[in-house]
Write a protein that binds this ligand. Structure first.
Ligand code: BES
Ligand code: MN
Ligand code: ZN
Length: 498
């Protein structure tokens, strides 16, 4: 595993631009029209502490007619001034083009544009152009840009800037944004590490170390404890692996004696499909199959650092789905921890099997609500594409709260129906339920229907992140690989529930 902590920039809030030590000065460029259909020229607020010569270079750029001021537009140029050698103009769009999501992307794409070379200082001077409520999102984006999937290049692929100053931001926005950015990066790091390193015990060790640093309590169940706890479903999925399963329980005690919220994550550290073996094309990215569990770790880290006044438990069900003489088999019947029996008809539908026991542990804590995250089905990607997470629930009110938090963070989610007619499709002839639906139709929902059997009466939302958790190609604001999707949304969901 790459050593922790990994390099991160020093972050600071500043009232004024220190023009003698500004490094790269980042300024916001806005279309001067009221709405996006009415764009003629661009405007830029230029700090008066910059030299006259630099101010006129920037004015000329704005008057050139070549800038649009659209979100995502980035122009980096040399000033010829030794104190402030570089200026970066970043388009922030008109008021109707701005959002919290765009603020995050702005911070991220600016820093990503600058990490090609070692830099001592970057100074964001965009305070007025961005809603102050979204200043933390700019910081989170800037921090997230320092992490990517290039962990094992022998020559470092990116240089993390030494210092990033945010002029006109509050201390609070910088601290909060930094925490969110680091939390997202922990999630992404867990996912991006190779599967033989981030196996169940490697994951558990990372979680334990992080928990001790941020003041979460952490309990790890090894295979003996899992046996004692009757977690036969988790053990069955992990049985063919030489890296035995684990269950990680993180606890943030921020509240009084109220019932906790529990966040559960699928942590299949590698999904070969088992005896229902995946072809190479389907297996190649399956180190990402613990993204749900990694999201739980990221969210719990943020809740602890932000001292959110709520009791929250994070549970990660960790197993490696492999092939051996001892593999769990098609036709096997497993008595889960809850006592319900499941018939295995496809060993590649392993995530729901791991979650069956993990959700049962969650229920035992008498939670007010459970949210689970899982890279559960290809079917959810067929339904919603790669950018949108699927929501399925037994409680419209908790689902609405999750949806509201995700909308506020601009992380796209869409609810899929849980009509009772789907219940029939996971009934088994030999056991209580079977681990596949009938054919592939409605596969995201039949998977959720399976899970619903293990949450008893607890209000519950299942989030299928198979699409947005891991990306094949990079974006201006993010490297390819793990995305850290839903960390911000779930932190907000817990904060809203506090
Ligand atoms: N981990 C996969 C789902 C997945 C696919 C996640 C692509 C991310 C990207 C899951 O364990 C799986 O294999 N699901 C099967 C279920 C089927 C056998 C009922 C699927 O979606 O094909
Ligand atoms: Mn699978
Ligand atoms: Zn899987």
């Amino acid at each position: 595993m790459q050593p922790l902590p990994f390099p991160t920039p020093n972050l600071s809030a500043a009232a004024e631009l220190d023009a003698s030590n500004a490094g790269v000065v980042v300024l916001a460029v806005q279309p001067s029209g009221e709405s996006s259909d009415d764009v003629t020229t661009v405007t830029c607020e230029i700090p008066s502490s910059l030299s006259d010569a630099i101010q006129s270079v920037i004015k000329n750029a704005c008057d050139s007619g070549e800038l649009t001021g659209k979100p995502g537009e980035i122009t980096l140029f040399a000033t010829g001034d030794s104190q402030t050698p570089w200026v970066l103009l970043a388009g922030v769009g008109t008021a109707d083009q701005q959002s919290r999501g765009k603020a995050y992307e702005l911070g991220a794409s600016v820093v990503r544009r600058l990490i090609d070379k070692p830099r001592k200082q970057i100074s964001f001077v965009i305070g007025q152009a961005i809603e102050s409520d979204d200043h933390d999102a700019v910081v989170a984006g800037a921090v997230s840009a320092c992490e990517g999937q290039h962990l094992y290049h022998s020559a470092p692929a990116v240089s993390v800037p030494e210092n990033i100053a945010f002029v006109g931001f509050s201390e609070n926005a910088v601290t909060r944004g930094g925490t969110l950015g680091h939390s997202i990066n922990h999630t992404r790091r867990l996912v991006n590490e190779p599967p033989s390193i981030m196996n169940p015990s490697g994951f558990a060790q990372y979680a334990e170390k992080l928990a001790s640093e941020c003041g979460l309590s952490c309990e790890v169940w090894d295979e003996k404890r899992l046996e004692a706890e009757n977690c036969r479903a988790i053990l069955a999925v992990g049985r063919a692996s030489t890296s035995p399963p684990r269950l990680v329980m993180l606890r943030h005690d921020g509240g009084g004696d109220e019932a906790p919220l529990v966040i559960v994550g699928k942590g299949v550290t590698f999904d070969s499909g088992g005896l229902s073996l995946k072809p190479s094309e389907g297996m190649v990215d399956m180190k990402c199959d613990m993204a749900g569990a990694a999201t739980v770790v990221g969210v719990m880290h943020a809740l602890a650092e932000l001292k959110v006044p709520r009791n929250v438990i994070g549970l990660c069900g960790l197993a490696e789905n492999m092939v051996s003489g001892d593999s769990y088999k098609l036709g096997d019947v497993i008595e889960t921890r809850s006592g319900k029996t499941i018939e295995i008809l496809n060993t590649d539908a392993e995530g729901r099997v791991v979650l069956a026991d993990t959700l049962d542990v969650a229920v035992q804590h008498n939670p007010e609500a459970i949210v689970d995250l899982a890279t559960l089905t290809g079917a959810c990607m067929v339904a919603l594409g790669t950018d949108v997470a699927g929501l399925m629930t037994n409680s419209e009110s908790v689902c609405d709260a999750v949806e509201k938090a995700a909308n506020a963070e601009c992380e796209p989610v869409w609810e899929l129906p849980m009509f009772p007619l789907y219940d029939e499709k996971v009934k088994s002839k030999v056991a209580d339920i079977k681990n596949v639906g009938e054919g592939r139709w409605g596969g995201a929902i039949t998977a959720a229907k399976f899970l619903e059997n293990f949450v008893a009466e607890v209000p519950w939302v299942h989030i299928d992140i198979a699409g947005p958790a891991f990306m094949d190609s990079p974006k201006p604001h993010r490297d390819a690989g793990a995305t850290g999707v839903m960390v911000r949304s779930l932190v907000r969901w817990v904060e809203n529930a506090s």
